[in-house]
Design a protein around this ligand. Structure first.
Ligand code: AP5
Length: 213
């Protein structure tokens, strides 16, 4: 199965991706995670991306497309793939189509997690992420058993630098102006499926997994 996950910041793309990966065994590629890894390793790409991530704006297409091309070239996508946070505009969607046509692995489904603004604000301000394994928690929706400690590996939980109210607002503006209109690109290809992402996580996962059974 070849999937792309679309949705506003905090809609739950990463959370759903973990569940789909466990069920289907497909490769999960998140451009946000890849960029944060580059930043952590202080690579030239990571250092260039830093100012865009911290401002809540899109990293330039040329950098992100190159990142995805490199990742795909180094990955086994025979069982499929799931892209999370890519594409985010029409230029990226067209670049992805070109890449996947060349590999004869076109996108099967564009899954749009539709969430409302108050819901995503609450989710992003309460999100905590494990510094060691990347597992995602929420202070009230999905709290860890012990405050500040990852249930999965015991690592330290932290708050992403772009999860502050000012940057969240900018990220939402970018989503509404640039990414949401791109959804039409997939509707026109008859690949778009919308899931109500305001629901509890277990309901979102149930609705999404039904699509793949
Ligand atoms: P990225 O890391 O992709 O961030 P995002 O799109 O803003 O999405 P998030 O990771 O914030 O949210 P999510 O939908 O994965 O939600 P999650 O599952 O964690 O991008 C960061 C930056 O990198 C961008 O701003 C940009 O600068 C750059 N970038 C990345 N890709 C790019 C691209 N293609 N082009 C250019 N620039 C790019 O859930 C959120 C919280 O809610 C968690 O705490 C979770 O526990 C909780 N939760 C999730 N689902 C539910 C539910 N159903 N009910 C209750 N709580 C829930």
């Amino acid at each position: 199965m070849r999937i792309i996950l679309l949705g506003a910041p905090g809609a739950g793309k990463g959370t759903l991706a973990t569940a789909i990966k466990a069920k289907l065994g497909v490769l999960h590629i998140s451009t946000g995670d890849l960029l944060r890894e580059e930043l952590k390793n202080k690579t030239p790409l990571g250092l260039e991306a830093k100012k865009f991530i911290e401002a809540g704006t899109l990293v330039p297409d040329s950098l992100v497309i190159q990142l995805i091309e490199n990742k795909l070239a180094a990955s086994d996508i025979v069982k499929g793939y799931m892209l999370d946070g890519f594409p985010r505009n029409k230029a990226q969607a067209e670049a992805l189509d070109a890449m996947m046509t060349k590999r004869q692995q076109p996108v099967d489904i564009a899954l749009y997690l539709e969430a409302s603004l108050p819901v995503v604000l609450q989710r992003l301000t309460g999100r905590r992420v494990c510094r060691a394994c990347g597992a995602v928690f929420h202070l009230t929706n999905m709290p860890p058993r012990q405050a500040g400690v990852c249930d999965a590996c015991g690592g330290e939980l932290y708050q992403r630098t772009d999860d502050n109210e000012e940057t969240i607002k900018k990220r939402m503006d970018v989503f509404l102006d640039t990414t949401r209109p791109m959804i039409e690109y997939y509707r026109a290809q008859n690949k778009l499926v919308t899931v109500n992402a305001d629901q509890e996580s277990t309901e979102v996962v149930k609705a999404a997994l039904k699509l793949f059974s």
